[in-house]
Design a binder for this molecule. Structure first.
Ligand code: B12
Length: 221
């Protein structure tokens, strides 16, 4: 893989220039780089280094964070359609924000990262009732319910993760479905995920992808 392609793509993503990023990818395809190489050698490493750079750059803004995931997701979907052998999806998981929480960005970044890691996502949206999380997870056989909460009171609400845990217990689903949470309150208190009854948490899109992928792979084996 030519380092110029990786460098040009990284710069475009860091500048949140979706059109330029797509131009770099399309030019690479014309030069004979395969869609597989683009996803595995350009997009995924770029996403990882982008998250690293953003976390260290105090001037980096929300748009950079959000666009990095959106561009990665767009390129990945376009390239997968051109794979010689379409990659088997590793699994599908359910995501949404907890009741009362309208913050969408964190959830969308996590979804973008998961898609670039070959994990399909059913995004239920915002303000999701605990029953709706569980019903959808059962319907699509999802091993993970991912809940995003950006406010302390929605993270700790009796109608949030805690209620999802109770429903899983009531329906005997605790072995089949794991709860993964994330969002600002969990970054303020790294032990909060236990208090609300989640199985795991992650502090950014990349680590969320890693934690969720591990659970999905364990469920398959
Ligand atoms: C943008 C924003 C808004 C926007 C939301 C726009 C939108 N469409 O999302 C608007 C203006 C609408 C808004 C409204 C409100 N907001 Co607001 N908002 C924010 C702000 C500035 C950023 C939140 C955000 O989107 N961050 C971007 C993402 C990328 O955040 P992130 O945490 O880095 O996400 C990563 C991880 O957390 C993790 N992650 C996220 N979700 C998940 C899920 C899973 C499963 C996993 C594993 C990981 C994971 O991965 C992400 C990607 O790397 C925060 C301040 C802050 N610094 O957090 C306040 C903040 C969250 N808001 C706050 C408040 C109070 C409100 C309002 C009540 C304000 C009001 N009085 O109306 C309303 C509530 C609306 C509602 N009912 O939800 C408070 C909450 C305070 C508290 N202690 O709980 C904050 C912290 C601001 C503050 N300091 O007071 N808000």
């Amino acid at each position: 893989m030519q380092t110029e392609i990786i460098k040009a793509y990284n710069e475009a993503v860091y500048d949140t220039d979706r059109d330029r990023a797509m131009e770099v990818i399309h030019a690479a395809l014309k030069q004979g780089v395969t869609p597989e190489e683009i996803v595995f050698d350009v997009v995924i490493p770029a996403m990882e280094s982008m998250m690293q750079a953003i976390s260290e750059d105090f001037d980096a803004n929300l748009a950079q964070h959000f666009m990095a995931a959106q561009i990665a997701s767009q390129v990945t979907e376009e390239m997968i359609a051109q794979f010689k052998t379409p990659p088997e999806s590793l699994g599908t998981i359910v995501i949404g924000t907890s009741v009362g929480d309208m913050h969408t960005l964190g959830k969308r970044i996590v979804s973008g990262c998961l898609r670039s890691m070959m994990i399909d996502v059913v995004d239920l949206g915002v303000n999701i009732k605990p029953e709706a999380f569980v019903d959808k997870a059962v319907e699509i056989d999802s091993p993970v319910i991912a809940i995003s909460s950006m406010m302390m009171h929605t993270a700790t609400s009796e109608n949030g993760c805690q209620r999802v845990r109770e429903i899983l217990k009531e329906r005997g689903l605790e072995d089949k479905i794991k709860i993964v949470v994330g969002g600002a309150p969990y970054r303020w208190d790294n032990e909060l995920y236990k208090t609300v009854g989640a199985d795991a948490w992650a502090d950014n899109g990349i680590t969320a992808g890693e934690v969720i992928k591990k659970i999905v792979m364990e469920a398959k084996s």
